[in-house]
Design a protein around this ligand. Structure first.
Ligand SMILES: [Zn+2]
Ligand SMILES: [Zn+2]
Length: 296
């Protein structure tokens, strides 16, 4: 777990909500978090990055397995994207000094990053970029297929308004199921999910570890704090609490490790002794922190 915070990080530069104040002053038990991303490996030699956050420089420095050798070769050549959000893709621009990047993204995400935000168009001016189209439902070997990992993306429907209209709605957001071919065990990375539909829940069945969207505790969290009028669902993220919330829908699933990530700085679960955090403890659901290592 390279980063476990939602866009803006924890604390967020322009935010003085109770959690951001607490982590700045140290008045409550909580730790800073960088913007969400994970690195996955079967052998601890070759690594695959899921989303590239704007905090990628410090994330790589804090994780020695990702450091380069004396010849600037890095154990990281591929980035898999769940969507085209800036907090999941701006890190691509910070990897421009490399020898080239392989970027796995759906056609919709590729279109937004090229014609919308321009992140990929800009990156391509600096280093070779090889786009690997992601087709939801297809099982694909990671790397050259010899490292023992495969992935399958699944579509995650969202009605969040598009900032850059034009791209297809299908494949705009995906989750990834990564399988260790040796053991057959798998990990699901799902940092953005607006609604846990029956189809999405089916994709989570039988996984060993689920790293899931924990952006907001309540749907109206931002307006309660007087910070914004948008709800959690408006921003494309199912809230944890309440009817149809992720706690209700994920609690019955038998999965070894259920871990909330992509946590917004307004979410009270960031405070380790909060009542909300205790509720998650009681349900056996973890709250990710940067540096968390999970073996499946
Ligand atoms: Zn995000
Ligand atoms: Zn805040």
């Amino acid at each position: 777990m390279l980063g476990s915070a939602a866009g803006g990080g924890f604390p967020q530069w322009n935010c003085g909500c109770p959690q951001c104040r607490a982590v700045r002053t140290g008045s409550r038990p909580c730790v800073p978090r960088s913007q969400s991303s994970i690195a996955v490996s079967a052998d601890r030699k070759l690594w695959f990055l899921f989303n590239a956050s704007p905090d990628i420089q410090s994330q790589i420095e804090s994780f020695p397995d990702l450091h380069p050798d004396a010849g600037r070769a890095v154990p990281l050549q591929s980035v898999l994207l769940t969507d085209a959000e800036l907090d999941h893709t701006l890190g691509l621009l910070l990897m421009r000094e490399g020898r080239g990047l392989e970027v796995h993204a759906t056609e919709s995400v590729h279109e937004t990053l090229t014609s919308g935000t321009g992140v990929l168009r800009t990156l391509e001016a600096y280093c070779p970029v090889k786009w690997q189209p992601v087709l939801p439902g297809a099982e694909v070997p990671l790397g050259d297929g010899s490292n023992g990992l495969s992935y399958r993306a699944f579509d995650v429907p969202t009605v969040k308004p598009m900032r850059f209209p034009g791209a297809a709605t299908y494949g705009r957001v995906v989750g990834y199921r990564v399988t260790d071919c040796g053991s057959g065990r798998s990990l699901v990375y799902l940092p953005c999910v607006q609604q846990l539909t029956p189809d999405v829940l089916e994709e989570l069945a039988d996984c060993s570890a689920l790293l899931v969207d924990g952006t907001c505790w309540q749907d109206d969290e931002m307006s309660r704090l007087g910070l914004a009028s948008k709800t959690s669902r408006d921003m494309g993220h199912v809230p944890i609490a309440g009817p149809g919330g992720s706690l209700e829908l994920l609690s019955p699933l038998s999965i070894d490790r259920k871990v909330y990530t992509h946590i917004n700085n307004t979410n009270p679960v960031l405070i380790q002794d909060s009542p909300e955090r205790r509720i998650l403890d009681q349900h056996g659901i973890e709250v990710a922190a940067d540096g968390l290592t999970i073996e499946i």
